[in-house]
Design a protein around this ligand. Structure first.
Ligand code: ARG
Length: 580
């Protein structure tokens, strides 16, 4: 066993505390489990509480009386310093001096592993996210998906899962035909050659195509013809499709590189379309899948899920026919326990239909749709169909220009390379935090100025807090070298210090909650509060200027804060800067 492995086996202090409470009650012949304990609504009421209703019922007593009795009988010990009855609850107070000592040890030993759990150890989970469409723009709304998906990949890994990160590229369907139609009819080769980012060029072409097609029946017919040709492997159109598809894919890779995310596997709609069509004879054997006016549909009305058209009258494939073979393929290849789809909530009904179809086919597996709301800018909803869009590239570039200018002003002596790297990291933090700070089911109204505000509820605020924390360590290396005192955790007595210890203690629970809800905003709020409390501490209390015994324990606290900030920011994908 390596040291790192061993460290994973220290009993987490959180568990230890609960176990001690369970034991205190066992001495009174009362059997409870750790999960019975709740967190009181306010800190003055204690750190943990036991609701006495159930036990009182068994003992045929009044819960408030029982709580009072227990409070009088139990002598606090170990990590529990005090207990008090409040109504029908028995509340426990922690001895923060001793908790801090053990907690800091645990955090420093486990380091990047602090917060990890084995709740679902060994389980295999696929998380499909991003799924951009080629021949279309990559707008800010797509970024929300990427940020949620990537954070969930990290959260699930922290819970012991083996995670397969999957992407599913939308390289077939009506949108492709529209863009290709536009390229063929309105764009000359030199324009394409002149474009410096052909992926973006293609995205704009799509928007222009939609506008040009409008309600024009003739043009719609021409687009339908291209779609037919694509599905029938017409060599000329296939060549154009392949050439242009590569432009989009290269552009997406560039974006993923900037965001520092990776996928383990890529699926393509064009391939699943073929697989889906091949499955048709098999599908038609189920009586809920049938021909209707020349089309092929899945009739789910019995289940209140309406009808999903799989194949159009003209024989061309629709979206749904592809998801059926894909779902099966994922489980088969990776022996998954769970398959997660991160897709915006406009497809919630659709996903229910797909899951139902699979269930009716006897494919009874755990599939979860993680939904999220859309992103709007102050000017209104973004849609790549209307052209009222701001692409990822546009927002990023505008932010980058601003941040580079500011960073140069702050650090005139920094070399260009350093300025550029720091600015890029700040912009990424602003974008990612901006996409993760809201509950999945809340619409985001994104404002880049707001997202960059170093004093706001933002990614740069986290980076700034981290850099400030780091600077204390840098300074201390110069001023405090050689000071050696015995650590006495009684010196950690201020309210803000206790608050910080409490927060650090909560981190593993936050990781679990984030996983259970599939909502990274829970972790975002937690990390933000930790940074805020650290800043409050920084303004209130001296560290390097404090007397040596106090300074020493404060450094232990700071080390632990630094570790947890690091762990949390890493999960969220927010780059850390040592200096800002
Ligand atoms: N590319 C699709 C779109 O933009 C999303 C794909 C979602 N994934 C899936 N398995 N259907 O609408």
């Amino acid at each position: 066993m390596t040291d790192a492995d061993k460290s994973a086996f220290i009993m987490p202090i959180n568990e230890k505390i609960k176990k001690q409470i369970v034991n205190l009650l066992a001495k009174q012949k009362i059997k409870i489990i750790a999960e019975d304990l709740t967190i009181p609504p306010s800190p003055e009421m204690g750190d943990l509480a036991l609701p006495c209703f159930e036990i009182a019922k068994i003992q045929k007593k009044n819960p408030a009386e029982l709580a009072e009795e227990l409070a009088a009988q139990i002598t606090p010990s170990g990590l529990i310093i005090n207990l008090k009855n409040i109504g029908p609850y028995l509340n426990f107070f922690l001895d923060y001096t001793r908790v801090a000592e053990q907690l800091f040890k645990e955090i420093q030993k486990k380091a990047e592993k602090y917060g990890q759990n084995k709740q679902v150890k060994g389980q295999k989970v696929m998380i499909e996210y991003s799924q951009p469409n080629t021949h279309k723009e990559f707008h800010v709304g797509h970024l929300r998906n990427v940020c949620i998906g990537n954070a969930l990949v990290n959260v699930y890994k922290n819970c012991g899962c083996k995670v397969v990160a999957a992407n599913y590229i939308g390289d077939s369907g009506a949108h492709i035909a529209k863009t290709l139609w536009y390229l063929q009819n309105f764009v000359n080769q030199t324009d394409i050659a002149k474009a410096d980012n052909q992926g973006e060029f293609l995205g704009r072409a799509y928007t222009q195509a939609v506008a040009a097609i409008g309600d024009n029946q003739d043009r719609k017919y021409q687009v339908a013809e291209i779609l037919q040709k694509l599905e029938n492997n017409d060599p000329k159109i296939i060549k154009l499709w392949q050439q242009t598809k590569k432009w989009s894919l290269d552009h997406f890779q560039e974006i993923y590189r900037e965001l520092k995310i990776n996928f383990d596997v890529y699926y393509y709609e064009s391939e699943e379309e073929k697989a889906g069509k091949k499955m048709l004879p098999k599908l038609l054997k189920y009586d809920f899948i049938k021909k209707s006016q020349g089309a092929i549909i899945a009739d789910l009305q019995k289940y209140d899920l309406g009808v999903l058209v799989l194949i159009r009258k003209d024989g061309t494939a629709l979206y749904g026919i592809k998801d059926i073979p894909l779902a099966i393929k994922k489980f088969k290849k990776y022996k998954l326990d769970t398959s997660i789809y991160v897709i915006d909530n406009r497809q919630a009904q659709y996903l229910k239909q797909i899951f139902k179809i699979l269930e009716l086919m006897g494919f009874d597996k755990k599939m979860i749709h993680v939904t999220y709301e859309f992103v709007q800018l102050k000017s209104g909803i973004m849609s790549s169909r209307t052209g009222n869009v701001v692409t990822y590239e546009e927002v990023k570039q505008a932010a980058l220009n601003k941040v580079i200018k500011e960073t140069k002003q702050r650090h005139p002596a920094w070399p260009a390379e350093k300025i550029s790297l720091a600015s890029q990291a700040i912009v990424m933090a602003a974008l990612k935090f901006g996409m993760l700070k809201s509950n999945n089911n809340k619409v985001i109204t994104f404002d880049i100025e707001e997202a960059l505000d170093v004093n706001g509820f933002t990614g740069p605020y986290l980076q700034y807090s981290y850099a400030r924390l780091n600077s204390i360590f840098v300074k201390s290396r110069k001023t405090c070298a050689g000071i050696d005192v015995k650590l006495d955790y009684k010196n950690l007595a201020a309210t803000i210090e206790k608050e910080l210890v409490k927060n650090l203690l909560k981190y593993p629970q936050i990781i679990l909650e984030t996983k259970q809800t599939n909502d990274p905003s829970i972790l975002v709020h937690y990390i933000y509060k930790l940074a805020q409390d650290f800043n409050a501490f920084y303004h209130e209390l001296p560290v390097i200027q404090a007397e040596p015994a106090v300074m020493a324990v404060r450094f232990e606290l700071l080390k632990s804060i630094k570790q947890v900030l690091t762990n949390g920011m890493n999960i969220l994908g927010i780059p850390i800067l040592k200096e800002m």
